[in-house]
Design a protein around this ligand. Structure first.
Ligand code: C5P
Length: 215
């Protein structure tokens, strides 16, 4: 993903018109659009094909299954035009390897969740986050997902993964995280959803977040 604005839009709206309107309004300010279950279950995977005309799409399906099922999910998502996918890592190295292999065949990216951004994200993830980050490096993932709500954890994870892998970081705005703080802690991109798509002026909010990050 080209690092221009450092902002990824989390497009968790559930209908096509709304999704396309927000995506078009903020397209000058985002490097990618993250699409997950809310929109794809609402509108089908075809929405990815429409959104890639506006910006590269990352599919946030937090893939977490056996290697063969993971492979099938990744193939569908990349055939629909997504440039990247978010997977879990707790399912183990063979599952992650399967996603990375498909991504390599398509020339796309895999981002592995290390620790989630909501309060419950520390309950089970905290003890394994660093091992998952190490595994993401060893498996050849493109990057990891780490919480903007805990910039100190982003710093820890950056130390583990080095400079080669990217950190994409949700939790800015509605969940309380600051874009500037998490970029300073070592994130490459922030992921922002509700603060942008629930606003009366999505483009203004997106621009303000970009300005905060000096992009
Ligand atoms: O609306 P908000 O800005 O909180 O959206 C954050 C987005 O990032 C949501 O799509 C959420 O599912 C996603 N996410 C997260 N924490 C993770 C991984 C993904 O909040 N660890």
């Amino acid at each position: 993903m080209e690092k221009k604005n450092r902002l990824i839009l989390a497009l968790d709206v559930t209908d096509r018109e709304h999704a396309l309107r927000i995506a078009n309004e903020v397209s000058d300010y985002v490097d990618s659009i993250k699409v997950g279950y809310p929109l794809v279950l609402g509108e089908g995977l075809g929405i990815v094909k429409e959104l890639v005309e506006i910006a590269p799409v990352i599919a946030d399906f937090k893939v977490a299954d056996i290697p063969n099922t993971d492979r099938l999910i990744c193939e569908h998502v990349f055939n629909a035009g997504a440039a990247g996918i978010i997977t879990h890592g707790f399912t183990g190295r063979d599952s992650l390897d399967s996603c990375v292999k498909v991504a390599n065949d398509f020339g796309t990216d895999v981002y592995v969740v290390t620790e989630m951004s909501h309060p419950g994200g520390v309950e089970f993830f905290r003890p394994v986050a660093e091992d998952i980050a190490k595994m993401a490096v060893e498996a050849g993932a493109s990057g990891v997902v780490a919480p903007a709500t805990r910039p100190e954890r982003v710093k820890d994870i950056r130390k583990i993964i080095g400079e080669e892998l990217s950190i994409i970081s949700p939790g800015v705005g509605a969940q309380g995280g600051s874009a500037a703080d998490v970029i300073r802690a070592g994130a490459d991109w922030v992921i922002v959803g509700r603060s942008i798509y629930n606003s009366d002026s999505p483009a203004e909010v997106a621009k303000k977040i970009c300005d905060e990050m000096n992009c």
